[in-house]
Design a protein around this ligand. Structure first.
Ligand code: PXP
Length: 242
């Protein structure tokens, strides 16, 4: 089975730093450690309210990341301006409402399609690969293709909240197969952990996982390098035995 990339989301390192508004822990230093541990890319979400990652973090990540930077952001003029200036390898467009604690749902790709299509076109024109974070829903997959995205990131939140409900995994499998069949690259993420990642990692079409909170949480006990290694092992084992 094809190698599956592991991108580590370092937002929650910044969350700890922002608790004191100081300089430590530095998410950019954490990103370098994740890369040394074998991460294939670094993901960071610049939120409109700047609650964790700050503009300066993204500026520094854009020049320091030696793998690839996946910038998560809302489809707004401000964010598209930042992305087209810094030119990360990939932008993942996510929904954003200020009151959310995290990214609760996927993008509503049927609402305001002209704005999304324009955002994707501007990113594509700047040479940035564009992924849309969506629910594992066949119609949303089709709409994402029509909007010009190269990839979709399937929301694994429903699966992670009910991983013993076969319907949540089936939705991910069906959306992955369908998306790949119409030429989309398939990514997945949200709420994945060492304990629940195996069935998702074993889906052959999924080429990239984005994982953050569980890695940073686990790092408190075993360190960041070991936390990344544990995830990598769980992914590799799942694909080897699929
Ligand atoms: N992918 C997207 C689009 C996200 O918004 C998030 C959460 O920031 C993640 C992946 C990572 O989720 P988690 O932190 O739960 O691993």
């Amino acid at each position: 089975m094809r190698y599956q990339r592991l991108y580590i989301n370092i937002d929650h390192v910044a969350t700890v730093r922002q608790a004191r508004r100081g300089a430590s822990p530095d998410p950019v230093a954490a990103a370098a450690l994740c890369e040394q541990a074998g991460a294939d890319g670094i993901t960071a979400h610049l939120r409109e309210d700047r609650r964790h990652i700050q503009d300066d973090d993204i500026e520094r990540l854009a020049t320091s990341v030696v793998t690839v930077l996946n910038l998560e952001m809302a489809c707004t003029d401000e964010m598209i301006g930042i992305a087209t200036r810094l030119r990360p390898h990939q932008v993942t467009l996510v929904p954003e409402r200020r009151e959310e604690i995290t990214t609760e749902g996927g993008l509503d790709v049927s609402r305001d399609p002209a704005r999304l299509a324009d955002g994707v076109a501007r990113l594509n024109a700047a040479g940035i690969r564009t992924s849309l974070f969506i629910a594992p829903d066949l119609a949303a997959v089709d709409r994402s293709r029509e909007l010009g995205a190269a990839a979709v990131e399937l929301h694994t939140g429903p699966y992670s909240h009910a991983s013993n409900d076969p319907a949540t995994l089936r939705a991910l499998r069906d959306a992955s197969r369908h998306g790949a069949s119409i030429g989309l690259a398939i990514h997945a993420g949200h709420g994945l952990t060492v304990e629940n990642v195996a069935p998702v990692a074993a889906i052959p079409e999924i080429e990239e996982l984005n994982i953050g909170h569980s890695v940073v949480s686990r790092a408190i006990f075993v360190g960041l390098v070991e936390a990344v290694h544990e995830l990598r092992r769980a992914m590799d084992d799942a694909r080897a035995s699929a």
